[in-house]
Design a binder for this molecule. Structure first.
Ligand SMILES: Nc1nc2c(ncn2[C@@H]2O[C@H](COP(=O)(O)OP(=O)(O)OP(=O)(O)O)[C@@H](O)[C@H]2O)c(=O)[nH]1
Length: 766
């Protein structure tokens, strides 16, 4: 059930004053002259006080207008007080100070009403004037034929001159101003309706008064007039106290007037002539026709017609103004819609079409070839030079790419550092040319923030024929792009179905890996690392193996990349570390053998990595000095925040006594700067550097160089892939410290390591 709307406290004062005034107005006609004059004074002054209170309370938009209304009420009260004195002194008042005060009161009221409307922005200063004029002329005609002609001009004998005969004309002024107020404001607020009621009540009081005085009635006026005057005097106070008086935003200029206005105008045009006709008939009947009986109403009717023409012209102008502003608004809306559409389909930074527009074009058009490219190492630019520089670089790259487009090509920015070029047609050569041009144009160095940046990108290309499924174009090209990244970046890879097969296999492998992790299908194998001087096993490298029950083992090369890509490597790496530490702790205690465990770059981005290593050591009892973590140079290839975090982990662990080895040295980047920047103790020489035989002088020289360099940096060297006695002897001769490989032992389960006594002294011959 809806609860009734609470009456706002401010409205109470308004209704309270209305109740008081109504009571006084009902009682006053029954009082004597003195009592009536008291009532006039009370209501007049009370109304002025209420106007002042209402202005304070509601802070209306036009306080001056309300001030004039209040002064008018004070004038009314003063006039009635003077009247009371006057009546007590003379029997029949003539034009006097009383009338002067009343004559001042009416223009003040009219001025208040004239100043009250809040004109809507853009509306004419003359708005409502024509309507007010029409009402005045019609009223004047009625006053002429109904009051002045029969009761003043044609009266015999003429009534004594009195101020009473002027009041209907003054009322006309008030009604006209009230009508103008309504026309200008366009909405009948309570405040305006109350003020209109005041003007109507005054007229309704003054006309009987006029008739009464003109026909020799009492000078104090008939009872109805007394009640109506009192009510009318109270109404400015009621209006001011009403909550609707508070300032409101102005309404917009409305269009046209509607059928009600048309009917009103029609009635106003007809009322004058109808009343005139009736009056002429009466005069003719009495044989009392005069020239002015025609001239006055006719002049008023002509004036009304002229005012109607003005009103119509104004209306037409107003319509034109509205039509123009409507046209402007429609234009603005169309422009806004266009800019919203542009925004939805374009990238804000580069102004290029975005992925949505690209997809729409692919879906809608002819067959296309597609080149998608992703900048290599863009995150480093953001990390090193800041996001703003990154943005600047993207804008420059967009400009360069625009320069290599062919006719009909669409260049889009599809993501952070990803762009795409849609090439119309099915010609593979055209697409190939575009892909090469795109990578080539990016290779020229970019000068930015005092640095010379060497930007490269990887590209995936999907050529299309008429049968190519358009929905797959983008996905296929993305797949080829991923392959280009995985293959070492800065290259173009074309899509073919083997990519999809491999991706499907990878997805399946990841799903199986996830299950295998929970099902304990992994084992750690160990490969001995031998001291080339003593031929003794000094360390073992832990290597993870996947042994699915009832199926052949799955090689690390098949599942480690999938584990890396899916992030499962973090959990798998932690499991290997814990298991290997637990098993190696005994070997270390009994044989002094240390443990080497591989760590993936992904693990080093784990915030908890240091804590996890420390917990593994603590739980297993393996001392920190007996553990070596093997990393690849790759962790430093991406400089910036990610590698900063990796370095923090390595430095913290090294401070604990853990040793750090760089694995696979000699492949990949092998920058000497990495050896300088990384906190490492050991260099593992990649097996690809092992010479085939003693005649392989270049490889021998290479290994010698690496060993010499490592020694000069104070690093221990471990050679990987030592498969022959020749390798072992050569490495020993070159001064390499340690070695591992099939020549000594293959990776084996922990049990075999013990059974084959691999950890005992002199188990291996160099
Ligand atoms: N300055 C800038 N950077 C962005 C904007 N949008 C995305 N990025 C960044 O661009 C990088 C793109 O990520 P990746 O492509 O994985 O980073 P990457 O270093 O290029 O890696 P690779 O593609 O593997 O070489 C992320 O670091 C985003 O934060 C952009 O509008 N402005």
């Amino acid at each position: 059930m809806r609860s009734p709307e609470p009456v706002r406290p401010r409205a109470y004062a308004c209704y309270g004053w209305l109740a008081v005034a109504a009571s006084v107005a009902l009682v006053a006609p029954h009082l004597g002259p003195a009592g009536q004059q008291c009532a006039y004074a009370l209501i007049g002054l009370g109304s002025a006080a209420c106007v002042a209170a209402g202005v304070r309370l509601h802070r209306p938009a036009r306080p001056v207008a309300w001030l004039l209304l209040a002064i008018a009420m004070v004038c009314g009260a003063a006039a009635n007080t003077v009247w009371a004195v006057h009546v007590s002194l003379t029997a029949a008042p003539s034009l006097s100070a009383v009338d002067v005060l009343y004559f001042v009161m009416y223009p003040l009221l009219a001025a208040g009403l004239a100043l009250l409307p809040e004109r809507p922005a853009g509306s004419s200063r003359w708005a409502g004037t024509a309507e007010a004029g029409i009402v005045t002329c019609t009223g004047a005609t009625l006053a002429w034929v109904g009051l002045y002609d029969p009761y003043i001009l044609d009266a015999d004998p003429s009534p004594p001159y009195s101020g009473a005969i002027a009041y209907p004309i003054l009322d006309l002024l008030l009604v006209a101003m009230a009508v103008r107020l309504l026309v200008v404001q366009r909405r009948l607020r309570h405040t305006h309706a109350i003020l209109l009621a005041m003007a109507v009540l005054l007229t309704a009081a003054d006309v009987p008064y006029f008739l009464s005085v003109a026909t020799g009635g009492p000078w104090s006026g008939p009872g109805w007039s007394v009640a109506a005057w009192l009510a009318a005097f109270a109404l400015p106070g009621v209006a001011a106290l009403h909550p609707a008086t508070a300032a409101h935003p102005a309404l917009p200029d409305p269009v046209g007037g509607g059928w009600r206005t048309a009917m009103l105008h029609g009635a106003l045009v007809l009322v004058g002539p109808a009343a005139t006709g009736y009056s002429l008939m009466q005069d003719a009947h009495r044989g009392d026709l005069d020239l002015y009986d025609f001239i006055v109403p006719l002049s008023a009717t002509v004036l009304i017609s002229l005012l109607l023409v003005v009103r119509m012209t104004n209306g037409q102008r107003q319509l034109q103004r509205h039509a123009m502003s409507l046209a402007v608004a429609l234009d603005e809306q169309a422009a806004l819609q266009e800019s919203l559409r542009h925004l939805a389909e374009h990238d804000v930074l580069t102004g290029l079409p975005n992925r949505r527009l690209l997809e729409d074009r692919i879906a809608a058009g002819e067959p296309h070839g597609l080149v998608v490219l992703d900048l290599d190492g863009f995150q480093d630019v953001n990390d090193r030079l800041g996001h703003r520089a990154g943005d600047e670089l993207l804008v420059m790259i967009a400009a360069r790419l625009r320069g290599v487009l062919g006719p009909g090509d669409l260049l889009a920015r599809t993501g952070g550092d990803e762009f795409a070029v849609l090439v119309p047609g099915t010609d593979r050569d055209v697409v190939a040319t575009r892909a090469d041009a795109v990578l080539e144009t990016l290779r020229s160095p970019v000068e930015m923030c005092g640095y010379t940046l060497h930007v490269t990108a990887s590209a995936g290309v999907r050529a299309a024929d008429d049968m190519t499924e358009r929905a797959h174009l983008l996905g296929d090209a993305d797949m080829a792009l991923n392959a280009a990244k995985a293959a070492g970046k800065d290259r173009v890879v074309w899509y073919d179905h083997t990519l999809r097969d491999r991706q499907t296999e990878r997805i399946e492998t990841v799903a199986r890996l996830r299950l295998a992790l929970g099902a304990d299908e992994f084992a750690v194998y160990y490969q001995p690392i031998v001291d080339l001087g003593t031929s003794q096993t000094v360390a073992v490298e832990a290597l993870v193996r996947w042994l699915p029950p009832g199926r052949p083992p799955i090689g690390p090369d098949r599942f480690i990349p999938a584990a890396e890509e899916s992030g499962l490597i973090v959990a798998l790496g932690e499991w290997v570390l814990r298991r290997a530490c637990a098993e190696a702790a005994t070997w270390h205690r009994e044989h002094g053998v240390t443990l080497t465990v591989n760590v993936s770059p992904r693990q080093l981005t784990d915030d908890d990595f240091t804590a996890k290593v420390r917990r593994s050591l603590l739980d297993s009892g393996l001392p920190a000095t007996a553990l070596t973590l093997e990393i690849t140079e790759g962790i430093l290839v991406s400089a910036g925040t990610r590698s900063a975090q990796a370095l923090d982990h390595l430095e913290a662990l090294r401070a604990d006594g853990i040793r750090i080895a760089v694995d696979d040295f000699g492949t990949g980047y092998s920058s000497l700067a990495y050896l300088r920047d990384l906190p490492i103790d050991t260099l593992k020489i990649d097996k690809s550097l092992m010479p085939a035989d003693e005649d392989d002088h270049r490889q021998v020289a290479l290994v010698r160089t690496v060993v010499d360099m490592a020694r000069s940096l104070g690093l221990t060297t471990v050679a990987e892939g030592v498969e022959t006695p020749f390798h072992a002897t050569l490495l020993h001769t070159l001064g390499c410290d340690r070695a591992q490989g099939y020549h000594f032992a293959r990776p084996m389960p922990a049990a075999d390591l013990i059974a084959r006594r691999v950890l005992l002294p002199h188990a291996h011959a160099v």
